[in-house]
Design a protein around this ligand. Sequence first.
Ligand SMILES: NC(=O)C1=CN([C@@H]2O[C@H](COP(=O)(O)OP(=O)(O)OC[C@H]3O[C@@H](n4cnc5c(N)ncnc54)[C@H](O)[C@@H]3O)[C@@H](O)[C@H]2O)C=CC1
Ligand SMILES: O=C([O-])C1=[NH+]CCC1
Length: 294
Amino acid sequence: MSAAPPVFLGSEVVEKHLHRASLLIPSLEAALANFSSGAEGGVVQPMRTVVPVQKYSGFLGVMPAYSAKDDALTTKLVTFYEHKKDSSVPSHQAIVLLFDPRNGSLKAFLMPADSEVLCILGAGVQAYSHYEVFTEQFSFKEVRIWNRTKENAVKFARSVKGPPVQVCSSAQDAVTGADVIITVTMATTPILFGEWIKPGAHINAVGASRPDWRELNDEVMKNSVLYVDSREAALNESGDVILSRAEIFAELGEVVKGTKPALREKTTVFKSLGMAIEDTVAAKFVYDSWSAGN
Ligand SMILES: NC(=O)C1=CN([C@@H]2O[C@H](COP(=O)(O)OP(=O)(O)OC[C@H]3O[C@@H](n4cnc5c(N)ncnc54)[C@H](O)[C@@H]3O)[C@@H](O)[C@H]2O)C=CC1
Ligand SMILES: O=C([O-])C1=[NH+]CCC1
């Protein structure tokens, strides 16, 4: 018997089945915990391979993963290129290939405590999705944004559907007094400085995914309790971790499992690099919903 031909699920189908990013939170929590449980967690996820395309200031990432508990096998292929101001092409483009783990057949493609003040540095694709999830999950009294190109911050503030967003003229103005700070830029040198940060704030550091790229300066890294998605990846790929020599306290999956505490009263950094297993559970979620005809 031959395998069914793979289906192509484009962004419209993905958005229909994953109409709110927060629908993925339970699967992502489980995936992080499984990842941080070693062999018992049933996750096989080698370090991603990153191919530099130096001539054009770009990178190709290959991100395979298998989850025995979800019985899902995928690989993501993602390119990320330095943003050209006049480019109509997004800086990141990705496709997730979902295989049938029983026989390796290709099934589908998939494109893809009381905090009061939220601050977002950056106004690109990740800024929109983080705004959506954070304002849905938590009630902030104030949301601020700063972006290198101010007009994109203004566009962001005008277009998001949710709590109003205040556009700040400097990163320092946006950060001062903020309880939660999200860095979602393509910066390669620090844009967030320790002296600006309110003690006890939480920083979600999403950009700077190369060993020589920074978003956070040494003071932020050294004066915070550091959480990562994957120790191995952080020590190989994160310029903020490698160059600051900051000590890693825990993987987020260990917090989800309860084997390491969430030190909420301390200044904390979660350095996220993105893991293939997150794409695995996301791809399975969309494919299962699509194939059930929802
Ligand atoms: N940790 C994770 O799971 C993931 C991380 N990323 C990373 O998140 C970051 C944001 O990604 P997207 O929103 O998709 O990118 P995007 O291209 O849509 O937006 C990039 C933003 O960074 C700003 N920017 C660019 N160069 C800058 C600089 N030198 N200084 C300050 N701001 C600068 C731009 O104005 C724009 O607001 C990237 O570094 C990307 O690689 C992306 C996907 C997943
Ligand atoms: O997880 C991901 O896809 C990426 N993280 C950094 C660049 C792309």
